[in-house]
Design a protein around this ligand. Structure first.
Ligand SMILES: [Zn+2]
Length: 279
């Protein structure tokens, strides 16, 4: 099967890893049209995608390509995994991408099971090869789509019972897979970061490159090292398994509410490069 046209991209992370999304939700407004889709890309075979049809609250159907755990899998580096996913989104004509992930709390005000919808980020990853081409100058002002963030926050405020909802915050992106040291976390705290995670970059750059909006909701699963109290493996496990259905419900409802048409200005933040290729 060639890459089908899709309005939205859905990037599942650690919070929805333990369930089959959307099948286990048993909703009548979403249908799985195709499962296990793998596409060839210039960066290697893509991860598996599902192709969904989702009936919006406005009565209009949206088509969605979704994949698990940001496309990460063993044997594929994360830069390539992200490029495979976003190559597929580009070819599908995806306009809006919603992601979720687990994060550690750096800001002392946060607690496990709170959700943060970041409006900015700091990338301290050393990852290379995080673009699909060198054609564009990507302006990273308003990198997280304001219209999508608002839609996410509205849904969270209506149905998220497990913790509090924060409609802004700064996400610092590290390489992983290991967690960070206490001294690293202290450095990020002084830089103004509220949460730490490993998935927002390079997705946010790749979304801008393909003229798609991007936003995410990030569940606090532990305190970062040296913050408040040492994190507990059992609590992390409880959150991963216990909150997955609630996070999935939020994701699907956001896609039901969200218009496909971009009135946010995100596409205008991709410019043609001014660098010629004479060198
Ligand atoms: Zn946007």
């Amino acid at each position: 099967m060639s890459i089908p046209a899709a309005d939205f991209g859905l990037l599942g992370g650690s919070s929805t890893l333990s369930i089959e999304l959307p099948e286990e939700m048993n909703y009548d407004f979403v249908e799985v049209l195709e499962n296990g889709l793998v596409f060839p890309t210039p960066y290697g075979e893509s991860p598996e995608f599902k192709y969904l049809s989702l009936l919006g609250e406005d009565g209009i159907k949206r088509s969605v390509l979704s994949c698990r755990m940001h496309g990460w899998r063993s044997g594929v580096n994360r830069a390539d995994a992200s490029r495979q996913v976003f190559y597929v989104f580009k070819e599908a004509g995806v306009k809006r991408i919603l992601a979720e992930g687990g994060v550690g709390a750096i800001n002392h005000l946060l607690k496990p099971r709170d959700i943060v919808v970041p409006y900015d980020y700091i990338d301290v990853s050393m990852r290379k090869d995080v673009s699909l081409s060198d054609r564009y100058l990507l302006v990273m002002r308003d990198a997280l789509c304001s219209e999508m963030r608002q839609a996410v926050v509205e849904v969270l405020q209506g149905i998220w019972q497990s913790g509090r909802v924060f409609d802004r915050g700064v996400y610092v992106n590290t390489d992983g897979r290991h967690f960070e040291s206490p001294a690293e976390i202290n450095t990020f705290k002084m830089s103004g970061a509220d949460v730490v995670g490993q998935s927002l970059c390079p997705e946010v750059y790749l979304a801008r490159e393909i003229e798609a909006c991007y936003a995410g909701l990030y569940l606090v699963v532990n305190y970062a090292e040296g913050i408040v109290s040492p994190w507990q493996h059992e609590e992390l496990e409880d959150i991963f398994y216990g909150e997955s259905r609630a996070v999935a419900a939020v994701m699907l409802q956001v896609l039901r509410n969200l218009p496909v048409k971009q009135e946010c200005g995100c596409p205008e933040l991709r410019k043609d490069t001014l660098l010629s290729k004479v060198y």
